[in-house]
Design a protein around this ligand. Structure first.
Ligand SMILES: Cc1ncc(COP(=O)(O)O)c(C=O)c1O
Length: 418
């Protein structure tokens, strides 16, 4: 794997210290619950990011947003260096967060009521982004094509892909935009450059717009395997708007700063048509923290990726030894583990059993779409101790339920093939 080996692993803050944090991860549940649900990491902030934000505070520089180049230039340099994606900094706009960036891009791309394609199982707010932007959700689920009996340790890329035929049919039926998740949450899937090129060609052919959410892009385990949508082809640049930020890669969600990027006259005109307020809602703290992330904290990012990959490896081992009924396909990016509990018989929403009986908070699978029934999402960006304790708690509950005869005895592969 790309970033492991000699790389130092980042260490998560100790639990007692984490419980001093006031973000939702640490305030949603009482202290007897291990919170592995929302996408926040347990690592301490990168030093350059901290210093940049402290500098903003020390200069009392917390006014309204001023210069965007402070972020646009380091991001463009990072994108070129890491992915070979060339961007003019003047093609980058900023706003509050990736959610706002996506909704406002979609609002420009569609007319009220237009269909917007999403690909479940997918990050639950995608359903809401579409309606917030005035559109109608058109589901084109990812294709699940992997061999049903190859389970643990196999990567997500072998199992899921974009249903290009389904996308074409939806565009033919009138959908006007595609909201792409690249890398795909919750699977940690990196869409192949061939799929992205084909998607761009379809969108171009139907004069549709692709809004590509690339918030997890910096966390690709192998940077070379990640294709930024706008780098996929000429057609992609013609139809695409990328929305991204430093907020997942460097754990800055609360600092509130994200980017919208366009590389054609048509899509730049959409960004230019946005009310100035969309840009003015960018946070100064977030902008300078994010700029430091892209410019100075790439070694930290690589250490975070190494720690996350090690965590994924540990999860595979823990599941194999203690919870072999749970299927986990290793992500190619980010710290989200999509777990198939169907063989355990924990019902439609296994996160309910996990919370009530094991005191482990996971994200509910069904919220990601109907394909998430029987699944839950676990956050790997925690210490090995917390992960080990969490799987231990889940395994204890599985044993107790089995002893009570609560779980139907079905093998993992039988469940996968459904
Ligand atoms: C795919 C994806 N998009 C957007 C977001 C939210 O981004 P923001 O906090 O910048 O709105 C997340 C958060 O986990 C995400 O996974």
């Amino acid at each position: 794997m790309g970033h492991t080996g000699a790389m130092d692993l980042l260490r998560a803050d100790p639990l007692a210290q984490l419980r001093q944090r006031t973000s939702v991860k640490w305030r949603a549940y009482p202290d007897d619950v291990l919170p592995l649900f929302v996408a926040e990491m347990d690592y301490p902030l990168a030093e350059p990011v901290k210093r940049a934000m402290i500098r903003v505070i020390e200069n009392s520089d917390v006014g309204y947003i001023g210069e965007v180049a402070a972020l646009a230039e380091p991001f463009a340099a990072f994108a070129d260096e890491r992915w070979g994606w060339m961007i003019e900094p003047s093609n980058i706009r900023t706003t509050t967060d990736v959610s706002v960036a996506a909704v406002e891009a979609l609002r420009q791309a569609i007319s009220p009521g237009d269909g917007v394609i999403i690909m479940p199982p997918v990050y639950p707010p995608f359903f809401e982004y579409v309606t917030e932007a005035g559109g109608t959700v058109v589901e084109v689920p990812l294709l699940e094509s992997g061999p049903a009996d190859a389970v643990d340790a196999a990567s997500s890329a072998q199992f899921w892909s974009i249903d290009l035929g389904g996308v074409e049919a939806a565009l033919e039926a009138g959908a006007r935009a595609i909201l792409l998740c690249n890398p795909h949450n919750p699977l940690g899937l990196l869409h192949s450059s061939a799929d992205l090129e084909a998607l761009a060609a379809l969108a171009f052919g139907f004069d549709a717009v692709v809004v590509s959410d690339e918030i997890h892009g910096p966390l690709a385990y192998e940077a070379a395997d990640f294709t930024p949508f706008l780098s996929a082809s000429e057609a992609a640049r013609a139809v695409g708007i990328t929305v991204t930020s430093a907020s997942k890669g460097w754990n800055l969600a609360g600092a509130k700063c994200a980017m919208q990027i366009a590389q054609s006259d048509r899509t730049l005109a959409m960004l230019d048509a946005l009310p100035d307020e969309v840009h003015m809602r960018t946070s100064q703290l977030g902008l300078h923290g994010s700029a430091a992330a892209f410019a100075e904290a790439v070694p930290w990012l690589d250490q975070a990726i190494a720690a996350i990959e090690a965590s994924g490896q540990l999860l595979s081992e823990l599941l194999a030894s203690q919870l072999p009924g749970v299927v986990f396909r290793r992500p190619q990016a980010s710290y989200l583990a999509w777990l198939d509990f169907r063989a355990l018989g924990w019902g439609e929403d296994p996160s309910l059993v996990a919370l009530e009986s094991a005191k482990v908070a996971l994200m509910s699978g069904p919220e990601f779409g109907s394909q998430g029934a029987g699944f839950a999402r676990l956050n790997l960006a925690c210490s090995p101790e917390v992960l080990t304790e969490a799987v231990g708690r889940l395994a204890r509950v599985a044993r107790e339920r089995e002893a009570r005869g609560a779980a139907p005895a079905r093998s993992a592969s039988a469940a996968v093939s459904q």
